[in-house]
Design a protein around this ligand. Structure first.
Ligand code: GAF
Length: 384
């Protein structure tokens, strides 16, 4: 439903007249999961699904927002105490506040928005929303904020107004995305490069369990704390160079095993291994070696399931189905606790795999998984 006409129609109905229209996408991530708050690498790409918003200054000091998909309105001021009640409006409010904290001068505006990124599917609908407004307000109020800071504004919104201590991957991909390219981002130095991604003979497809387990954000924050505890302990025990887990080796982790909890150890082990897998995948992609890419995807799934414990029964089931069917690579994508698997499938296997996965998933869970073909697309932009 990322549809210009729809947004124009509802904006007109609610606010009369026309504003400017902006859009930002969700993302996929080939490999490098839960590495972005550990100073490590990620491999995301923006997708052809996202959020679209029409927006126009209204000459007041209030924001009037309409969420088309929910048929809900919100009105709020721009001061810290003006937090709106609706969860979706907190994202827009948070972006405004983070811009203001950085010295950006804002005034009231009217806005209507809609999206076609499935909510809770691990494709980053929230980053798409944040990036849409960060990009739009920067443009509309001529704030001159650079793209890195726009991504950080979205991330700080999550930290300070949503309560998820996320890394930078999702907002970065949504702002910096480029059609046909994955982004290899080093989250420690913030250096990045665009990696052409056109795996001849393969398809990248998402299977959405349509399951979202509760408490995902507190479980996410807890994992981040475990990683920080492990990195700090390694640092404090004779390894001053270790700032993030990305800098640590398994040997260094093993040396402090009795100083941290079993849980923190498992989390840290996963991150250190995942960091190595991202290096392996970078190299494999340069050579067009998709068998290695796929192998590491399966290993990531295994690590996310057993060590990081962010998978769930439904995701493990889809992963097993992929394996059974000879799919090249498959794993849970994004934060976990439900959502999608990302699958690298040989073209000739595609139809039979999708058919089988749908059938067996439905037999077990009573509903089919949703299927999304991945189209790697451009990042945040002004539509008109
Ligand atoms: C979520 C977060 F928002 C990202 O920053 C990232 O940590 C991801 O989970 C896991 O890789 O999408």
């Amino acid at each position: 439903m990322m549809n210009l006409q729809t947004v124009r129609k509802y904006f007109k109905e609610h606010f009369n007249g026309e504003g400017s229209v902006y859009a930002s996408p969700g993302r996929v991530n080939l490999i490098g999961e839960h590495t972005d708050y550990n100073g490590s690498f990620v491999f995301p790409g923006a997708i052809d699904k996202g959020m679209i918003a029409e927006i126009r200054k209204n000459g007041t000091d209030k924001v009037r927002a309409y969420a088309i998909d929910l048929d809900e309105s919100a009105e709020f001021g721009l001061n810290e105490e003006d937090v709106p009640a609706q969860q979706w409006a907190k994202y827009i409010f948070g972006v405004c506040r983070e811009i203001q904290k950085r010295g950006g001068q804002l005034e009231g505006f009217d806005t209507a928005f809609a999206g076609d990124v499935p909510l809770g599917a691990g494709m980053s609908s929230s980053a798409a929303l944040e990036s849409t407004y960060a990009f739009a307000l920067n443009d509309m109020f001529n704030l001159g904020i650079d793209k890195f800071e726009l991504a950080r504004i979205g991330q700080s919104t999550e930290h300070n107004y949503v309560g998820v201590k996320c890394g930078i991957m999702d907002q970065f991909a949504s702002i910096f995305g480029k059609a046909g390219h994955l982004i290899r981002l080093d989250t420690k130095s913030m250096e990045y490069d665009y990696f052409p991604f056109d795996p001849k003979g393969y398809k990248l497809v998402l299977l959405d369990t349509v399951v979202k387990h509760e408490l995902a954000s507190s479980a996410y924050n807890k994992r981040r704390e475990s990683c920080e505890t492990a990195a700090r302990t390694i640092h404090d025990n004779g390894n001053p160079e270790v700032e993030f887990l990305r800098d640590a080796t398994i040997e260094q982790l093993d040396a402090v095993k009795d100083k941290i909890s079993e849980e923190d150890y498992m989390r840290a082990k996963y991150v250190i291994e995942e960091t190595q897998r991202v290096y392996d995948v970078s190299e494999a992609l340069e050579k067009g070696d998709y068998e290695t890419v796929g192998d590491r995807m399966y290993k990531t799934h295994d690590g996310m399931s057993r060590l990081y414990e962010v998978s769930c029964e439904e995701l493990d089931f889809l992963n097993e189905e992929a394996k059974k069917h000879g799919v090249t690579g498959s794993r849970v994508m994004g934060g976990g606790f439900g959502g999608c698997t990302i699958n690298l499938v040989k073209e000739e296997l595609y139809d039979s795999f999708i058919e089988e996965a749908k059938k067996s998933f439905k037999e077990k869970y009573g509903h089919e998984p949703k299927v999304y073909d991945v189209v790697i697309s451009d990042g945040a932009r002004k539509v008109e």
